[in-house]
Every structure is written in structure tokens, then in C-alpha cells.
Ligand binder design. Structure first.
Ligand code: NAD
Ligand code: UDP
Length: 339
């Protein structure tokens, strides 16, 4: 089986590439390296002892994408590529619509041209907006997302649902990730954010090694047990195995368009994450309580039953595993992927 991964040099894509290669898949990566490094592809290959085919190409180059798809004709496309910063999407919405929505359209045109009809798409729990009930399951209402990034995910999901409705040959899995965190247990691949990290765990890692001066908990007056926000932190290697489970499901069940939440079902507070990180690193982290961050929902965690029952997938790694692996990656790669 051959899988083509758009954005396969990125954080989740690189871990999924390792899992696919370990299962015997052939892997082709298409990535313009806008938020990743060629070093990540080298590490994928050295970790697995397998080669990949790598194309440094943007999804916005429609003719190049079509040529690659028609040449490679993969069995399945896993579509990770895109821009993912909520804050940046508010300031630069057109960049987000162009890369995420128009880029996906180019990819789908290329899939049509090459006859490839099997797709796994990286969606996000952000499509649930402010959840109307907890835990969130796949029947929970899809509300208007709070920011342009979230809206691009909604638009793409709807585009894919329309495509599936128009042509029953398509099989598409919409994977709504909760909070992907952690790193490969080898410490060789992990998350390498550009600039100051927006997300909690990469920020905590950089604070712990002195790259950030101050750790601020954004609000402790939420209606949660310790007043800080609750999230469902899922280890990136668990997420990677979720993609393999989705591929098997598409292949065996030919479901048309199906969506799955990928998370643990466990809610952890910001303070609990900080304490887990302290256990993993042996460091004491002095943090301040600051104001709420605009746009944060108090709580977001999944009901993982649909993925467990239909995909046979469950996240197995704990918050302590997550923090240990994130810390190992941070210590071994203090400056991320340095070419
Ligand atoms: P990432 O930035 O590490 O990976 C995305 C990859 O896409 C990068 O390697 C980047 O270089 C590439 N890319 C960007 N624009 C491109 C273009 N025009 N053409 C080709 N490649 C391009 O992000 P990630 O965390 O691995 O996320 C992967 C996917 O999962 C994204 O679609 C993201 O929106 C989604 N997602 C991520 C999270 C998260 O917290 N990490 C949560 C929910 C959903
Ligand atoms: N958070 C925080 N300090 C930081 C970064 C994040 O207190 O420096 C909080 C944030 O307010 C949220 C939680 O950590 O409650 C998870 O944030 P992240 O950005 O990782 O995920 P998201 O909010 O997008 O689910």
C-alpha cells in the first residue's frame, strides 16, 4: 500500500509517516517546508530504516500537485498540510483560506485527475466551537468556529461531505483531533514550533529550558475543578496509530464520508499539565496566573466511543508519558531541527 502525505514533514505527519513505514507502507511526502524541516524527513528515514519519496512542493502549485498524484497514484492520501495558528489566522485570514481551503481544492482536483478516491483529512475539535455538551461526541452540533482557522476546517469538512454525496466512489475519514502533544519516544522527532509557541506544552518545554522568561496560566476563574481550562491531550504517536486505524476502516468498510473524534476522553487542567511536566522533568516550574486568553473555551474533551467501536482505536498513553516524551525531545533538540 502506498500513502501520500501532504504536510508529512510536519509534527503530526512525521509521526504518522514513521507509523506507516513501520507497518510496511510506501510513503510519499509532499510538503513545502513552510513550517517544517527536511531534517524531519531524514529522521523519519533513519528511525525506520526505510526511504520515503519527498517532494518539496506547495499545494498551491496545482499543476505540480496533479503531476505528482498522476505519477505516484497512491492508494490513499492523508492530508495534513495547512496553516494552523489561530492567532495568525485572525490577522491573515486570506492566507488561511488560500492555503487550507484553496490548497485542499487543488489536492482534490489532483485526486480526481489521478483516480485516487481515498482520503484522510486532519480536522480539529475546533469545529465544535463552544461545545453545547460534554464530553463531545460526533453528534454534537458543529457550530460556527470562533476564528478563521476553525472556519477553514469547517469549510473543508463541508466540501468533502458534498464531494462524498456527489460521488459514492469517494471514501473519506474526517479526523477531528483534540490536543495533539508529546513526541516520538526516541526523542528524534517532535514538535518544532516557529517563534514563540502558542500551545501550552511546547511553551512549557521552552520555559523549562529557559527559552521563555515567564509561564502564565491564562485564567483560573473558569467553572472547572481547579479554575483552569480542561483539554483532552492526546499523544502524537497515539494519533499516528489512529490514522492507521482510519486507513484500515476506509479500506475494509468503504464508508463514504465518516468523521471521528481522536482524543483520550480524559480532561486535564492547565495546572495538572504543569504538575505532570514537573514530575517528568524533575524541575519546579514557577508560574503566574494571568487573565483569560480571548477565545478559549472552558472545557473540551471527547467521548472516544465511536473511534473505539468503529476504528478499534483507543489512545493508550498517559499525560505522564506525554510529558516525559516531550521533555526528552526538548532536551535532545533544544533548537528543534537544526539543518
Ligand atoms: P505542522 O505545521 O507541523 O504541519 C503542517 C505541514 O504542512 C508543515 O510541514 C508545513 O510545512 C506544511 N504546509 C503548510 N502549507 C503548505 C502548502 N501550501 N503546501 C504544502 N505543505 C504545506 O502542523 P501539525 O500540527 O502537524 O498539523 C497537521 C494538521 O493537523 C494541520 O492541518 C492542522 O490544522 C491539523 N490539526 C493540528 C492540531 C495541533 O494542535 N497540532 C490540532 C488539530 C488539527
Ligand atoms: N495556556 C496557558 N498558558 C500558555 C498557553 C496555554 O495557560 O502559555 C492554556 C490555554 O489557555 C488553554 C490550555 O492551556 O486553556 C491549552 O492551550 P493550547 O493553546 O495548547 O490548546 P487549545 O486552547 O487550542 O485547545
Amino acid at each position: 500500500m502506498k500513502a501520500l502525505l501532504t504536510g508529512g514533514a510536519g509534527y503530526i505527519g512525521s509521526h504518522t509517516a514513521v507509523a506507516l513505514l513501520a507497518e510496511g507502507f510506501e510513503v510519499t511526502i509532499v510538503d513545502n517546508l513552510a513550517n517544517s524541516s527536511r531534517v524531519a524527513v531524514n529522521r523519519i528515514e533513519s528511525l525506520t530504516g526505510r526511504n520515503t519519496v519527498f517532494h518539496e512542493v506547495s499545494l498551491l502549485d496545482a499543476s505540480a500537485i496533479t503531476a505528482i498524484l498522476c505519477d505516484e497514484v497512491p492508494d490513499v492520501v492523508i492530508h495534513f498540510a495547512g496553516l494552523k495558528s489561530v492567532a495568525e489566522s485572525v490577522d491573515h485570514p486570506l492566507d488561511y483560506y488560500r492555503t487550507n481551503v484553496a490548497g485542499t481544492l487543488n489536492l482534490l482536483d489532483a485526486m480526481v485527475a489521478s483516480g485516487v478516491r481515498s482520503l484522510v483529512f486532519s480536522s480539529s475539535a475546533t469545529v465544535y466551537g463552544e461545545p453545547v455538551r460534554l464530553p463531545i461526541d460526533e453528534t454534537s452540533p458543529i457550530t460556527d468556529a470562533a476564528n478563521p482557522y476553525g472556519r477553514t476546517k469547517l469549510h473543508i469538512e463541508r466540501m468533502l461531505q458534498d464531494l462524498g454525496a456527489a460521488d459514492p466512489d469517494w471514501n473519506i475519514a474526517l479526523l477531528r483531533y483534540f490536543n495533539p502533544v508529546g513526541a516520538h519516544e526516541s526523542g528524534e522527532i517532535g514538535e518544532d514550533p516557529n517563534g514563540i509557541p502558542n500551545n501550552l506544552l511546547p511553551y512549557v518545554c521552552q520555559f523549562a529550558v529557559g527559552k521563555q522568561d515567564r509561564l502564565v496560566v491564562f485564567g483560573n476563574d473558569y467553572p472547572t475543578p481547579d479554575g483552569t481550562c480542561l483539554r483532552d491531550y492526546v499523544h502524537v504517536t497515539d494519533l499516528a496509530s489512529g490514522h492507521l486505524a482510519a486507513l484500515r476502516f476506509l479500506n475494509d468498510e468503504k464508508p463514504g464520508v465518516a468523521c471521528f473524534n481522536l482524543g483520550t476522553g480524559k480532561a486535564s487542567s492547565v495546572i495538572e499539565v504543569i504538575h505532570a511536566f514537573e514530575r517528568a522533568s524533575g524541575l519546579a516550574l514557577a508560574y503566574d496566573i494571568g487573565p483569560r486568553r480571548s477565545g478559549d473555551v472552558p472545557a473540551s474533551y471527547t467521548n472516544p466511543d465511536k473511534a473505539r467501536l468503529q476504528l478499534g482505536w483507543t489512545a493508550v498513553k498517559t499525560l505522564d508519558d506525554i510529558c516525559q516524551d516531550a521533555w526528552r525531545w526538548q532536551c535532545r533538540n533544544p533548537d528543534g531541527y537544526v539543518a
